[in-house]
Ligand binder design. Structure first.
Ligand SMILES: [Zn+2]
Length: 155
C-alpha cells in the first residue's frame, strides 16, 4: 500500500507527464513509488538494485531520465551529499531540511532549525535576494566516522 503522499505524488507526476506529452509508463510510476516508499537518500544505482530485487526490468537510461523528470516537476530533491554523483529523495510538504554528511561512513544526518531558517531568510532580505530553495550541507565525521578515522590513522 502506498501512502497518501505517494498517491498524491503519483497523481501530480501523471499530470506532469501528460502535460508534456510524455508516456505514463509502469517503469516511471514504479520508480516514483520506490522513492516515496523510503526516507532514505538513494542514488541511481540504489534504485536500479531495488527495481531488480522486485523483478522489475528498468534500464539505467530510464532511471536517469525518470529521475530528471521527477526533479523537474518538483516531486524529488536532488543533492550531491559529498559525493561525485547525486542522491535523490522525496519532497515532502514543509519537509525542508539540511544535511550533515559523514565523509568516512557516508552516513547522512538530516537537520532543521527554525531559528537558523529565520536568520538565513533575513540575510537574504538584507541582500535584496529572494530565496527559492535553501539547502545547507555540512561535511565532516559522524560519531562512527570519528572512530573509523581513529582506527585507520594508526597506520
Ligand atoms: Zn535529506
Amino acid at each position: 500500500m502506498s501512502s497518501k503522499l505517494a498517491q498524491r505524488a503519483q497523481k501530480l507526476f501523471i499530470q506532469y507527464l501528460r502535460e508534456n506529452n510524455l508516456k505514463v509508463t509502469q517503469e516511471r510510476l514504479a520508480l516514483l513509488d520506490e522513492i516515496f516508499a523510503t526516507d532514505e537518500h538513494l542514488d541511481a544505482d540504489d534504485l536500479l538494485a531495488r527495481m531488480k530485487a522486485k523483478q522489475r526490468k528498468v534500464s539505467r537510461a530510464t532511471v536517469y531520465r525518470t529521475l530528471d523528470l521527477l526533479v523537474q516537476c518538483g516531486l524529488v530533491r536532488k543533492s550531491r551529499l559529498g559525493r561525485e554523483h547525486y542522491f535523490y529523495e522525496k519532497m515532502e510538504p514543509g519537509g525542508g531540511h539540511h544535511h550533515m554528511v559523514c565523509t568516512a561512513t557516508g552516513k547522512i544526518i538530516e537537520f532543521w532549525d527554525a531559528d537558523l531558517d529565520e536568520r538565513l531568510r533575513r540575510l537574504c532580505q538584507e541582500h535584496k535576494f529572494r530565496p527559492t530553495f535553501i539547502s545547507i550541507q555540512i561535511q565532516g565525521l559522524s560519531e562512527e566516522g570519528q572512530k573509523v578515522e581513529q582506527d585507520t590513522s594508526f597506520f
